[in-house]
Ligand binder design. Structure first.
Ligand code: SF4
Ligand code: F3S
Length: 106
């Protein structure tokens, strides 16, 4: 499965959702997740993210391993998203900022 990692938080470009053949992205207030049971491992979304926030599960950086469980958990409660929307106005300020996990809104 593929996993959305920390750099999506407060960047949320949503380019990823447009290419997913099984529509398995779910949207929270400032982050997106992939449903691990629905993802078919096609890898199409990974290069679409302008801030490189998407990883194959076995390539998730060691300091972001919590995001594997977080994607699974939040995909159960957040609504599905299949169409791109504008990113937050201040998205550029947050690209690459470390420690964004504490800013995740549920
Ligand atoms: Fe969707 Fe493919 Fe990305 Fe999985 S790897 S979330 S199926 S686009
Ligand atoms: Fe997030 Fe990148 Fe998709 S910022 S919403 S994973 S395109």
């Amino acid at each position: 499965t593929f996993v959305v990692g920390e750099n999506c938080i407060k960047c949320k470009h949503t380019d990823c959702v447009e290419v997913c053949p099984v529509d398995c992205f779910y949207e929270g207030p400032n982050f997106l997740v992939i449903h691990p049971d629905e993802c078919i491992d096609c890898a199409l979304c990974e290069p679409e993210c302008p801030v490189d926030a998407i990883f194959s599960e076995d390539e998730v950086p060691a300091d972001q391993e919590a995001f594997i469980e977080l994607n699974a958990e939040l995909a159960e409660t957040w609504p599905n998203i299949t169409e791109k929307k504008d990113p937050p106005e201040d998205h550029e300020e947050w690209d690459g900022v470390e420690g964004k996990l504490k800013l995740l809104e549920r």
